[in-house]
Design a protein around this ligand. Structure first.
Ligand SMILES: Cc1ncc(COP(=O)(O)O)c(C=O)c1O
Length: 423
């Protein structure tokens, strides 16, 4: 049981020094957003301090902005196994998802089909339902298995000659299950459909390498992998050039990915993003694959430990892959319910102990419905990242054992409505 990786990196993350009631805070809300290394925070502040400007002019600050955008595209391309021309930045993944779905749908015919899955966050489902209603498309839904993994056989059975898009997640933000992206991409391509992947939850844990995974479109959110609030799409070049984008007439068509960038981007977020990718690469001495291998080694050990501890908590039901020998098929994101307390009462109990965790559906709406949890307050989600420790896992398990033994006190706190909770 080693925490060598978190010991090395935690000092780089100012927020991880935070205390709650005299004890270190435990950040288990990673699937909702990660913390940032100081280098990324400083890069954003540094840009604004040095003087910011829009791109495309001739004076010093605007030239610096143009250079920054080129650097950000190169960093995104390197991360996603793409070319810089294939990158589009946006406000967040959801916004890019709607924008790109609208563009693709304009190229489809009534009766064409889109396959979505019950494992997905709604940001990779609702855009397809919306464009299906607008363009008379048919949406088919691939189910999950009893272990809350994607039923790939059932998905393949839905594919046919009318299938034009297979929209699926690389990893579930609720239960952590990882999908077999290669298999799904190959199946989509066999029927001439696009392989369209949500890599938002995958990216902090595995490299979101569109090229290596054989995907046509990959969407992710740098704020989940140690960067600022920002969205990122990698779109196969021929498609980025061709799809009819929503754009203002004077905006440049070059590079192709830029066609999907509307208005002025957050340049400071791009500066933070470049620093975040540098941070990630630094974990592997400049090699992103080595960095992710290092992350994975720590996270797999953490997953085995957490699964062991959670399985000993009285009345705890884990939703998702529970077998410690199968951690390769999941991220260290754990979704569970307790007999002793509702999901909200459980996260309140954890919050009183300085442990930050979500309850609800985290916008994985179809999954919560499929698990029969949506009408019962959803479930608790604790998500670990490479900077989390075994000791933090023990603090979580100890707090849950205490709750299982004593039950939850009556709720006194004023709590936000479920639909106000971020994903
Ligand atoms: C798996 C997954 N997909 C999509 C999203 C939406 O991302 P964004 O907040 O960048 O719109 C989230 C956000 O939590 C997510 O976890």
């Amino acid at each position: 049981m080693t925490d060598a990786l978190p010991a090395a990196v935690r000092p780089l993350f100012p927020a991880l020094a935070r205390e709650e009631d005299g004890r270190p805070a435990v950040f288990l809300d990673g699937p909702g957003g990660s913390q940032l290394p100081a280098a990324a925070i400083d890069a954003m502040a540094g840009l604004l301090r040095a003087g910011t400007a829009n791109d495309g002019g001739v004076f010093a600050t605007t030239r610096e902005t143009v250079a920054l955008m080129a650097r950000a595209r190169r960093a995104a391309a390197q991360l996603t196994g793409s070319a810089p021309e294939e990158i589009a930045f946006g406000a967040n993944m959801t916004t890019l998802s709607f924008l790109l779905a609208h563009a693709v749908a304009r190229t489809l015919q009534p009766g064409d089909e889109v396959v979505v899955t019950d494992l997905d966050h709604d940001a990779n489902v609702a855009p397809w339902l919306t464009v299906a209603a607008d363009h008379d498309l048919v949406v088919r839904v691939a189910p999950i298995t009893a272990e809350a993994t994607l039923d790939a056989d059932a998905l393949e059975a839905l594919l046919g000659e009318r299938t034009k898009v297979v929209a699926f997640t690389l990893a579930s933000n609720a239960v952590g299950s990882i999908t077999d992206a290669r298999r799904i991409a190959d199946a989509a391509h066999r029927v001439g459909a696009l392989a369209w992947a949500d890599a938002v939850h995958y990216a902090p844990h595995r490299r979101p390498d569109r090229g290596a995974l054989g995907l046509d479109v990959l969407l992710c959110s740098p704020y989940k992998f140690f960067g600022p609030h920002l969205g990122l799409a990698s779109i196969r070049r021929d498609m980025a050039e061709r799809w009819p984008a929503d754009r203002v007439r004077p905006a440049s068509e070059d590079p192709p990915g830029h066609r999907f960038e509307t208005g002025t981007p957050s340049f400071e977020a791009l500066a933070g993003f470049v620093a975040a990718v540098d941070y990630l690469a630094g974990l592997g001495d400049g090699d992103l694959d080595a960095a992710y291998a290092r992350i994975r080694e720590h996270e797999d050990a953490l997953s085995r430990h957490v699964l062991g501890r959670l399985s000993a908590v009285d009345g705890l039901t884990l939703h998702g892959i529970a077998d410690p020998s199968l951690v390769a098929a999941r991220t260290p994101t754990f979704c569970f319910t307790l007999d002793a307390a509702t999901p909200r009462a459980t996260t309140e109990h954890l919050a009183r102990r300085g442990i930050f965790a979500w309850d609800g559906n985290y916008y994985a709406l179809a999954l919560m419905e499929a698990l029969g949890l949506e009408d019962h307050g959803g479930a608790v989600r604790t998500g670990f990242l490479h900077y989390n420790t075994h000791e933090e896992a023990d603090r979580l398990a100890d707090a849950l054992e205490e709750l299982a033994a004593t039950g939850a006190p009556p709720t006194t706190a004023v709590t936000p409505r479920r639909d106000e909770a971020p994903a």
